[in-house]
Design a protein around this ligand. Structure first.
Ligand SMILES: *[C@@H]1O[C@H](CO)[C@@H](O)[C@H](O)[C@H]1NC(C)=O
Ligand SMILES: *[C@@H]1O[C@H](CO)[C@@H](O)[C@H](O)[C@H]1NC(C)=O
Length: 345
């Protein structure tokens, strides 16, 4: 499931006009200090709201989400009700999955992801609904064939039951292709000025030790549609370059990096290299020349005990991503999730 999330998150980094609305649900049992039930709504990869069994309500995570109450004063009350109406499903799903896997107790996590994508140029819509158990895909809806896919043997019974329920499939399809895109556009309207903004990053060259690759590290950019690469004499390099993932920072901006292995670069050749950062929709590139004096490192410094050349932001960003993935991100809906055991709503 983690891999699937990553793939989905990466998908629209490449295509500028695809918007997405996703809800990530997580039900857990016996995870210390973690709510039993969490639902997170994510619009264009930005978390817009949260609902969990500790805070006991749905609440906005972006200022612009507050504007909804101007049009619908009951919005958060309704969302809270919808959110918690699905909680028993996740409780039941964990019990069902435990039986299917012959487990008696311990820490277990059931995840769900429901959402859609909308291409604002072609109007094309895509929807998804998938459920995972203990970090692996359990059952996945295929919108094209309108059937359920069971990647695990233990999910075959669920697949058979759910495939038979044509009414529920029709309802899900309707939600994924009509309701979800409709809400997606609605939320996009509220968040337009924030979601359509562009923010340039600060770019630094970092190096752990004198023989380590030089990392061109960009942080603070928005949106996450960027290119970062190294070039030599103006030509893009593919060898000796390792691109990092695009990761979210806690403030809603993003970070990424491209590492250049300089082990075979002679000192006199350094000036021929530069790192290029391009943000979609912004004409000017940020160009950083490979220059010894510009490199930041903690090498040889004592005091903070840190052996990492990465600034705190880089580490924090990684932590946030891990949390999002492990904690699993989930969402509530106007289409109700159904538990694995029954096919009734
Ligand atoms: C669970 O136990 C049953 C009965 O003992 C067995 O047939 C089945 O293969 C077991 N399943 C797993 C996933 O171990
Ligand atoms: C850098 O390149 C050298 C020579 O090609 C190689 O031996 C080394 O393992 C590389 N270092 C990293 C960190 O990839």
């Amino acid at each position: 499931m983690k891999m699937v999330f990553l793939a989905l998150l990466g998908l629209h980094s490449a295509v500028a006009v695809i918007h997405s609305l996703k809800y990530f649900y997580t039900g857990s049992s016996q995870v210390p200090n973690f709510p039993e039930y969490v639902v997170v709504g994510v619009l264009n990869d930005v978390q817009m709201d949260i609902c969990d069994s500790n805070i006991k309500r749905a609440e906005p995570k972006q200022d612009w989400m507050n504007d909804i109450t101007k049009d619908d004063p009951e919005y958060w009350k309704t969302q809270t009700e919808i959110c918690f109406s699905v909680q028993p499903v996740f409780k039941a799903n964990i019990e069902t999955a435990k039986q299917r896997f012959n487990q008696t107790g311990g820490v277990h996590i059931a995840q769900g992801m429901l959402g859609c994508e909308w291409d604002d140029e072609t109007g094309e819509v895509n929807g998804f609904n998938q459920q995972g158990y203990d970090g692996e895909d359990f059952i996945v809806f295929d919108l094209k064939t309108e059937t359920w896919i069971a990647p695990k043997q233990q999910a075959v019974i669920t697949k058979q039951k759910w495939d038979e329920n044509k009414a529920r499939i029709a309802q899900l399809k309707n939600y994924l292709t009509q309701g979800c895109p409709c809400w997606l556009k609605k939320y996009l309207n509220y968040g337009r000025s924030s979601l359509m903004r562009t923010e340039l990053p600060s770019v630094s060259l970092l190096q752990k030790t004198p023989s380590s690759p030089v990392s061109c590290f960009a942080t603070g950019f928005y949106p996450d549609r960027v290119m970062i690469f190294w070039r030599k004499d103006g030509e893009e390099l593919h060898e000796n370059v390792e691109r990092g993932e695009i990761l979210p920072n806690h403030d809603g901006s993003f970070q990424t990096s491209a590492d250049l292995n300089i082990s075979s670069v002679t000192p006199e050749d350094w000036r021929r290299y530069e790192c290029v950062f391009q943000l979609s929709g912004v004409k000017e590139d940020i160009i950083t020349k490979l220059d010894q004096t510009a490199i930041q490192t903690n090498w040889g410094k004592t005091g903070d005990g840190s052996s990492s050349g990465l600034p705190l932001g880089a580490v924090m960003g990684g932590v946030v991503v891990l949390l999002l993935l492990v904690v699993g991100i989930a969402g509530y809906f106007l289409w109700r999730m159904t538990n694995m055991e029954t096919s009734e709503d």
